[in-house]
Design a protein around this ligand. Structure first.
Ligand code: ACM
Ligand code: ZN
Length: 556
């Protein structure tokens, strides 16, 4: 199908004639992220109607759950209820979408869709692959409003697909603003829709500690609340309203399970040794000066950080990590490491004693205090390694001696990631230049809700090349890419969705699609189609890519 036809199809369904109730709505597989190989005919179709059901192999619990999710997706597109049915291994019932495991598919997350006039099969090497095939089918079907009982015609043929990168993430800061469990689940659904497999949950920061730690209850009793919040960008004016919220361990476990059902791993972040004012407000003895401290009420980087010369602080961190590891089964635990000023350590007798006792020395590139931070990161890394876990840290962990098995998250541009990959560390690319979704998405800032600054339009996200400047061998260390959503200026869920969408769609194609298949203009045409699912799922998205007359910012 040529591009013009696709615009018509995606944008207005102008191809639908008055007799569509008998003929059906024709679709294609030009979804986001674009699949690797789409080999279909335009003459034969599978007719998906209200009687189409979803089949799965009996005794396969994973595919049973996938089938239930797919039946829900189908219902959203057709307006009908679709049944699920267990069938014998290898059986391909008529008028059904059959899910199956096929060990010949090479990539763990890869899938093959085969459509004939009789039915559709979605095969994956694992349930993960089948799930991404389901997402492709769901996005191909996205006719929520128009279908209303009409059949949908899916071209016969095959789609073979697999992701470019194994790590495809989105981050969410719930410290600066807190988002309830129901919304976190909606956010996880947004990730699933975009074939993402990792949710990086930034749970602690200066402005609020948001995860229950049973051994240290004051973290949430005191640290989850701030007395007031600055208005605007550190204007000096405050709202004088108490703000708080946290997740119980049961709630966090429920979210982990909800994500796992959608093949998404939750990586928790406890940001240390900086960004710890909320913890210090709860336990002032863990700071170099002893406080008093208060949970931050404005934005920025604060000089008060954890006292690393204090043995109690280190034991506290290990306790926190024990409970975090118990809640979150992910291989990776993110331990932050960004923006930790050294001033307090320089003046603190305990920190200086630690530097001496551990033989931490300054050199031309690093201060002894830089090495003190590395010492802390390495100690926590060893503790987590002992539990079979691995750490991720922001790229500041390259300043000093990098914890030996650390994976580096490159945020101050791509330079840190490039350096880390050259040193042989695994890397996740989240450069602020392309992946900070708290930046403005238009130059018409006066028409936009207040943002932190910057300018990150959709096209720039799309242009990210995570392995640029690396040799083939070094590029193997780039596990993938992620966008970060810091929420200082994002108080509501509508606003959050507006900042995330549709930039998540552009990121999805960076993460999944081979670079030679990427084409921004083509992407925007496919995006028009995807927005039908945004609307159907009550997602607020930015419309800058629309034709000019329709561009209205709708964030609240
Ligand atoms: C960061 O944006 N401070 C990682
Ligand atoms: Zn100290």
């Amino acid at each position: 199908m040529n591009k013009l036809n696709r615009v018509l199809l995606a944008g207005t369904i102008a191809l639908v004639c008055a007799s569509c109730r008998t003929e059906g709505l024709t679709t294609d597989y030009q979804v986001i992220p674009l699949p690797k190989v789409v080999n279909v005919t335009e003459t034969e179709h599978f007719r998906l109607s209200s009687s189409t059901h979803v089949a799965y192999p009996e005794n396969n619990g994973l595919l049973k759950r996938n089938a239930e999710l797919l039946a829900g997706y189908l219902s959203q597109s057709t307006g009908s209820v679709h049944k699920t049915k267990a069938v014998a291994e290898g059986e391909r019932p008529k008028n059904a979408i059959t899910l199956a495991i096929n060990p010949d598919i090479a990539n763990k997350e890869g899938y093959v869709i085969t459509a004939t006039t009789k039915g559709i099969t979605i095969e994956g090497q694992t349930g993960n692959g089948v799930f991404y095939g389901m997402q492709t089918l769901r996005k191909a079907l996205a006719f929520p409003a128009e279908a209303q009982g009409a059949a949908i015609l899916l071209p016969c043929g095959t789609i073979e697909d697999e992701p470019r990168f194994p790590y495809r993430g989105m981050h969410l800061d719930v410290s600066r603003h807190f988002f309830p469990v129901e919304f976190v689940k909606k956010y996880i659904d947004m990730l699933a829709l975009h074939n993402m497999n990792t949710f990086h949950w930034h749970l602690t920061d200066d402005q609020g500690w948001r995860i229950e730690i049973k051994k240290h209850p004051k973290l949430t009793e005191i640290g989850s609340v701030r007395n007031s919040t600055v208005i605007g960008r550190n204007t000096g004016e405050y709202d004088n309203t108490s703000y708080g919220g946290f997740y119980t361990q049961d709630q966090a476990r429920d979210i982990v399970e909800y994500a796992a059902e959608r093949y998404i791993t939750v990586i928790p972040e406890v940001d240390l040794p900086g960004h710890m004012l909320a913890a210090l407000a709860a336990y002032p003895e863990m700071g170099c000066t002893g406080g008093p401290y208060e949970t931050a009420t404005k934005w920025g980087v604060f000089e008060d950080v954890l006292c690393l010369g204090n043995d109690q602080t280190m034991l506290f961190l290990e306790d926190v990590m024990d409970e975090i590891a118990d809640i979150f089964p992910s291989t990776y635990i993110h331990i932050g490491g960004d923006e930790a000023p050294r001033v307090r350590w320089k003046a603190c007798p305990k920190c200086q004693a630690r530097i001496k006792a551990e033989g931490l020395k300054a050199d031309r590139e690093h201060t002894a205090e830089d090495r003190l931070q590395s010492w802390c990161m390495t100690r926590i890394e060893k503790h987590l390694n002992g539990k079979g876990r691995r750490i991720i840290g922001w790229d500041e962990i390259l300043e000093g001696d990098v914890a030996p098995n650390a994976t580096v998250m490159s945020w101050r541009g791509s330079e840190g990631g490039i350096k880390a990959a050259q040193m042989g560390h695994d890397v996740i690319m989240t450069p602020n230049t392309h992946c900070y979704f708290d930046y403005y998405q238009s130059t018409h800032k006066e028409e936009e809700p207040l943002a932190i600054g910057g300018h990150l339009p959709l096209e720039k996200v799309y242009a990210l090349e995570p392995t640029a400047s690396l040799t083939e061998e070094q590029a193997k260390h780039i596990l993938g890419a992620q966008a970060n959503l810091w929420t200082e200026y994002i108080p509501s869920t509508e606003h959050l969705e507006y900042m995330a969408l549709p930039r998540m769609a552009a990121l999805a194609e960076v993460q999944w699609t081979m670079p030679e298949k990427k084409d921004y203009t083509d992407f925007t045409l496919r995006l028009l189609h995807l927005t039908k699912l945004y609307k159907a799922n009550d997602l607020n998205y930015a419309k800058h890519f629309y034709p000019k007359s329709d561009r209205v910012a709708t964030a609240h």
